[in-house]
Design a binder for this molecule. Structure first.
Ligand code: PXL
Length: 283
C-alpha cells in the first residue's frame, strides 16, 4: 500500500485573486497529496493590482504552530514556501525547515518578490538578499527571471533571452546558492514558446521545458506552476518531469483564462484543468 504523502505549504492566504494558499490547496490536493498549511498572513486580495487590500500579519503564530507539529512528530514529504511578508518571516520559515524537515523532505522555495523587472509593492531592494539566504536552505528553488537577477544583484534583462544568458544566470545562481536544483521560470527564446529551465547541480546540466507562449502577463501563474510542480515532484516525478507537467498545466490554465476574458488581476482559471493534472499523475 502506498503511504499518503503530505506537503506543508507556507504562504499567505489572499481571499480573492487566486494565488498563494487558495491555489496551493486545490492543486496539491489534486495531486493526491495532503496539503497542510501554515498561513503567514490573511489579505483581502493579493498586492498586485488592487488598492485598499487588508493585511493581517500572522507572524506571531508561526513558531507556536511549528512547535505543535514538532511535538506531534509529523512527517512532511515536502515543504513549499512562497510569498513571505517580512525579514522576520524569512527567518522563522528557515527555523521551520530545521524543525520540521528530515532527510527525505523536499524543501522547495519560490522566492516570490518580483516580476517583469519590478519588485512587488511591499518590498525594497534589501529584500532579495534575505530571500537568497532562505533559498540557500532549500533543495529546489523556483525563481523567475526577475527574482534570479535581483538575487544576483544584477539588472533585470528583458527577453527574448539567449541560451547563453540563461545558462550563465543559472551557473551564477548555482555558485552563490547551494541547492540541488534550480527551476528558472519565464524563460523564452522567441515569441512562440515559454517555460522553465531546470538546472541539476549534480550533473551541471540544464534542460529546457517549454510550452506555448501566450501573450500577456497573468497574475498568480508562478503559484499555479509551483503548486503543480511540488505536487508532481512529491509524487515521485523527476524535476524535469515535474516541470513538464507544471508547464503544460499552467499553459492550459492561461489559455482558458484568455478565452474566458477574465481580468488578469483575478488570477488564472486553474479549476477546469485540475482533473487533467490529476490524470497526468496517474490518478
Ligand atoms: O502570487 C504571488 C503573491 C502571493 N501573495 C501575495 C501577493 C503575491 C503577488 O503579488 O501579493 C499577497
Amino acid at each position: 500500500m502506498e503511504r499518503q504523502k503530505r506537503v506543508l505549504a507556507i504562504h499567505d492566504i489572499s481571499g480573492v485573486g487566486k494565488c498563494s494558499l487558495t491555489v496551493a490547496l486545490p492543486i496539491i490536493s489534486a495531486a493526491g497529496v495532503e496539503c497542510s498549511v501554515l498561513p503567514t498572513a490573511v489579505l483581502s486580495t493579493h498586492t498586485g493590482g488592487f488598492t485598499g487590500f487588508t493585511y493581517r500579519d500572522l507572524t506571531e503564530d508561526i513558531s507556536p504552530m511549528v512547535a505543535h507539529w514538532q511535538a506531534l512528530h509529523l512527517k512532511f514529504d515536502g515543504i513549499y514556501t512562497g510569498f513571505l511578508g517580512s525579514f522576520e518571516q524569512i527567518k522563522l520559515v528557515g527555523d521551520a525547515f530545521s524543525a520540521l524537515a528530515d532527510k527525505d523532505t523536499l524543501l522547495v522555495v519560490d522566492p516570490v518578490m518580483a516580476d517583469g523587472g519590478k519588485l512587488y509593492t511591499s518590498f525594497d531592494m534589501t529584500f532579495p538578499p534575505a530571500m537568497k539566504g532562505l533559498c540557500s536552505k532549500a533543495d529546489v528553488i523556483l525563481p523567475n527571471m526577475t527574482e534570479a537577477a535581483f538575487m544576483l544583484g544584477e539588472p533585470y534583462e528583458d527577453g527574448p533571452y539567449t541560451p547563453a544568458y540563461v545558462d550563465g544566470l543559472l551557473h551564477r545562481l548555482a555558485e552563490e546558492i547551494s541547492v540541488k536544483y534550480i527551476v528558472l521560470t519565464g524563460v523564452y527564446f522567441d515569441d512562440k514558446e515559454l517555460g522553465a529551465a531546470v538546472y541539476a547541480a549534480v550533473s551541471d546540466e540544464v534542460q529546457y521545458v517549454l510550452g506555448e507562449n501566450i501573450p500577456g502577463s497573468y497574475h498568480g501563474t508562478g503559484d499555479v506552476f509551483g503548486s503543480a510542480f511540488i505536487g508532481a515532484a512529491v509524487s515521485g516525478r523527476s524535476m524535469a518531469e515535474a516541470a513538464r507537467i507544471a508547464v503544460d498545466y499552467t499553459v492550459d490554465c492561461i489559455a482558458w483564462t484568455k478565452e474566458a476574458g477574465t481580468d488578469i488581476r483575478y488570477g488564472v482559471n486553474f479549476e477546469r484543468y485540475l482533473g487533467s493534472y490529476s490524470r497526468k499523475l496517474g490518478l
